[in-house]
Every structure is written in C-alpha cells, then in structure tokens.
Design a protein around this ligand. Sequence first.
Ligand SMILES: Nc1ncnc2c1ncn2[C@@H]1O[C@H](COP(=O)(O)OP(=O)(O)OP(=O)(O)O)[C@@H](O)[C@H]1O
Ligand SMILES: [Mg+2]
Length: 363
Amino acid sequence: MQIDVAALKSIFDPKLRPLIGVDISSTAVKMVELVDAGKGQPRVERYAIEPLPKDAVVDGNLASIEAVAETLQRCWKRLGTSTRFVAMALPTAAVITKKITLPATLRDQEMEIQVESEANQYLPFALEEVNLDFQVIGPAPGNPDDVEVLLAASRKEKVEDRVAAAEVAELKPVVMDVEVYATEAAYELVTKQLPGEGAGQIVALVDVGASAMKITIMKDDQQLYTREQAFGGVRLTEEIMRAYGMGPEEAESLKRSGTPPDNYEAEILHPFIEGLAQEVARAMQFFFTSTPYGEVHYIILAGGSALVPGVAEIVGQRTNINTLLADPFAGMAISPRIRAKQLATDAPSLMVACGLALRKFDQ
Ligand SMILES: Nc1ncnc2c1ncn2[C@@H]1O[C@H](COP(=O)(O)OP(=O)(O)OP(=O)(O)O)[C@@H](O)[C@H]1O
Ligand SMILES: [Mg+2]
C-alpha cells in the first residue's frame, strides 16, 4: 500500500505562474486571470464564461470529459490569454478533510509517513484509491511542541477526470484546490464591500447557482460553518418551462432578458424569490442551532441566481440581515480590455474562479 505524496505535491503546488482560475460548474466553465498590478495587488486582466452542454457535469462529476474539454478549449480561446497554467477545484463534497496534530520536530518525510498512517485509519476507502495532500497550518493551540496539520483526501478519479479534461484542452493544471477553500479565498476580496472590511463580523456567503445553494459562514479569516442545500436557479427555469410550455433554452433566455408574459412576476418570479429567501432563512437557522453563534451580521449573495432582480432585498427582509450582492472585484483595478458594466453583472457568479485565480498570489 503506497501513495505517492511527493508526486502529488507537484499538482498541488502553485509554483508555476501566471495562472488562470478555472471553475467547472454545473452550467458553465468560468475563467478568471488576475495579474499583479504592483505591490501584490491583483488586477483583473481577463475573464470568460462559456456554457456547458446539459448534463456534461452532474453533481460535480464530469459525466462527459470530452464535452468539458471542448468547453474548456472554447473558453480559453475566448479568454485570449497566452498562459496555459490553470488552477482548478474539486467539489467540496468530493474531499474529506481532517485536522490532525503532529510533533513540530518531524521532518518532511517523517510527516508524510505519519499523515499516511493517520489517513489509513479514518478514510472509508483504500489508500491506493485516494489522492492525499497535507498542509501544516501552524502551531497547535496550547502546545508549542506540536503543529496542526490539515489533511485532504479525495478519490483519485475526481482529480484525474479534471486533469484529463484540462489536458485534452491543452491546459496545464498546476493547482487542484477545493471549492470551499477557493470561496474562502474570494471572501477576502468581497470584504472590501463591507464597512471596516467586515472585521470581527459574522458573514454568510450564500452562493445560489443552478442546482445548489452553498453556504459558507466566515468570521475574519476563519470558516465557522459550511453547508449545501438543494436549491437553485433550475427551479425557476423549470417553472417557466411548465407555465409557458417553453424549451430549456427559451426559458433560460426569458430569465435573463426578454419580455415576460404579464403574469410572470406575480405567479412565477415572486414565488421563486420567496422560496429562495426562505431557503436562506432556513440555512441561517441551521447555523444558529448547530453552532454556539446566535448572529449573522451580513449575507453576501453570490451565484447566477443572485442576479434575479429584487433577490437581495427580499432575502434581507425575510432574514432581517443586511444583504448585498457579491462583487469579488470590489476595489480591484480592471484592465481596459474588460467592459466594466458586463463584469459587474457577471461578478457574483465568478467567486470560485476568482478565488482560484488568487492562488497565483500565494507565497
Ligand atoms: N440575469 C439572470 N437572471 C436570473 N437568473 C440568472 C441570471 N443569470 C444567470 N442566472 C441563473 O443562474 C444560474 C447559473 O448560475 P451560476 O453560474 O452561479 O451556476 P453554476 O455555478 O453553474 O451552478 P452550480 O454552482 O449549482 O454548479 C442558472 O440557473 C441561470 O439561469
Ligand atoms: Mg457555482
């Protein structure tokens, strides 16, 4: 039984740069390239969003590697960059993480052996089926002789499918992150939207995409809570299809623009927004009942479904919590080649891609 931790490190290590953040979501491939505008300050240089064929990605699994590869290639061409290095992420549910404590004096190799033996104890599958990675977080609280180590394990095929799709598209994966960590990285950016940069505040990031609502609750640089609920924009799309006898493409374009029938707002759109707000309120209740915390100061809404007009307002009213739309590019310089107005519209759905693009700035 052996895992090649050393070989893995080369995938996880973001030494090669520049770098594109690539989010393979359920409806689209999204790419963001950030460059150093001086003093380590990021500037958004390019971004692109390319829709995926239906069912190419289901529950974070690449059902069709070819379809994903083709979409990656189209997205990269549209991006118009020269770099092929990419940072990608695994879906949060595909990764098991655990914090362990090890003696601080261990050398790298000894630590690898310890990590493997710990992983062997609690992983529900054989070690040869997993990719294993670890990172020393810092001194263990209460014991200066120990360090805390974060261990991350994922089924090999999850990593291999993404790497394969990227390679078919002639891209070079250099970082394999986890979606929730990319979201946390992007959190640092959206705090620029908050008074006092959100210092000491409890902030709920709520990403409402097509199929899922992903909640990450942060206090400064610490994640307090994370949860996923089955609620997303496809509900609205399906309601439109049912009510007006439309196909999926037609329904999708009615959502985004176009002139809706007279009863649309009252009978279709409003119930959807109320349902969404209720789902967010439910998530907040889960947070309060399963943690010692009794308060959330801000809700930041991300994901394409946050773009439905009026969503932030209704969520704010139903939860009694200040609610705003995520803008990971808040306070960031923007390349003149980007249309600022379009970027502002797309920004809430670019959180993960943006968090991944930030990996370039990691030391
Ligand atoms: N302007 C808009 N108005 C309403 N809905 C929109 C708008 N733009 C996008 N959407 C909806 O947002 C959803 C896509 O959002 P997003 O790109 O965040 O999803 P995703 O990341 O692919 O999904 P998931 O995170 O569930 O995998 C779709 O359901 C789409 O119809
Ligand atoms: Mg998403």
